[in-house]
Design a protein around this ligand. Structure first.
Ligand SMILES: Nc1ncnc2c1ncn2[C@@H]1O[C@H](COP(=O)(O)OP(=O)(O)OP(=O)(O)O)[C@@H](O)[C@H]1O
Length: 302
């Protein structure tokens, strides 16, 4: 079996004594995965990622990256990681090429690498422009180009879609997919919004109030989500519908009725029942839970 790229076990952390920000966090990322690290604001994502990069000192638990301990092999490990934590740190008065040149010297990589990374992030045509004239999406992509300079195996992106417009989000998604597919990079991407990352991630971890609530393949998360899906209907005779669907827990909210969704076959059967009873259907909607509702479902799961 392959050694996981990242393996975090039972990590707990407090900024101040007595108030635990992270509790027994365990997280595993395998080679080639795009791992979505999800949780609402303040749940502990940035703290976890800072610990992962050794930017905060670990207190309890263990962190291994590429099979090595972050505490004893930090420099060696960091050479193979590109990261973007919080705001893009680029100089506005410099061009993209000049920004990259500053970091190229730090990383000690070849000159040709600048064009390569600019090309990878789709900024090859504007490398000579001052960064202050870039859109936020372009700045974000330039920050990723900086992180790519040393040719990392693992890329860690903390809420990279924050503040981006829909086009910027789509471009960033495409870039992340390419880095994973064409450059074989493993990627951890944090977000407070499942819908922003679900098109690209293969695995997810969900953190809430400093605890991991879920970790697994996206499909497993969809199974949890499916169990929380409801159907919303409005008909010409809602009272009658409640009688007809007496074996379901139908809830009424103003003119709307809602009940748990249990598959398309059951939906079709309900529809036939309504038709046979001469009840007109005015509205039918499937309600998939959003991330907040999923959190609630996961926290209350027995
Ligand atoms: N330097 C710090 N000192 C004390 N508390 C902190 C510090 N940094 C973060 N916290 C607290 O730790 C908790 C987790 O914050 P963290 O930034 O890790 O969450 P997050 O999930 O990344 O949220 P966000 O998306 O808002 O950054 C929050 O309650 C936050 O107020």
């Amino acid at each position: 079996m392959h050694t996981p790229i990242v393996s975090m076990n039972d990590l707990s952390f407090s900024y101040t004594k007595g108030s635990k920000i992270l509790q027994n966090i365990s997280l595993e990322v395998k080679a080639g995965q795009i791992y979505g690290f999800l949780g609402p604001n303040g749940s502990g994502k940035t703290t976890t990622l800072r610990l992962l990069l050794g930017l905060l000192k670990k207190q309890e638990g263990s962190i291994k990256i590429f099979g090595k301990d972050i505490q004893t092999s930090r420099i060696e490990i960091l050479k193979e990681i590109g990261s973007l934590i919080e705001n893009p740190s680029v100089y506005g008065h410099l061009t993209a090429n000049q920004n990259l040149e500053v970091y190229r010297e730090i990383y000690n990589c070849k000159k040709g690498r600048l064009d390569e990374v600019l090309h990878t992030v789709g900024l090859a045509d504007v490398g000579g422009k001052a960064v202050k004239n870039y859109s936020l999406g372009m700045k974000q992509r330039l920050s990723i180009a900086l992180a790519l300079l040393p040719g990392p195996k693992l890329l860690i992106l903390d809420e990279p879609t924050n503040g981006l417009d829909p086009t910027g989000i789509i471009e960033l998604r495409q870039l992340i997919k390419n880095l994973n597919k064409e450059h074989g990079m493993s990627i951890i991407i944090s977000s407070h919004n499942l819908s922003e990352v679900e098109k690209i991630v293969s695995h997810v971890g969900i953190i809430f109030n400093g605890k991991m609530l879920f970790q697994g393949a996206l499909d497993e998360l969809y199974d949890v989500q499916k169990a929380q899906t409801r159907v919303l209907i409005n008909t010409s005779d809602n009272d009658r519908v409640i009688q007809l669907l007496h074996d379901k827990d139908v809830q009424r909210d103003n003119n709307m009725l809602s009940f748990a969704f249990e598959g398309t076959e059951e939906m079709a059967a309900i529809n036939r029942t309504l038709l046979n009873s001469n009840i007109d259907l005015y509205h039918l909607q499937r309600l998939d839970p959003n991330l907040e509702q999923l959190f609630i479902a996961l926290t209350t799961k027995s």
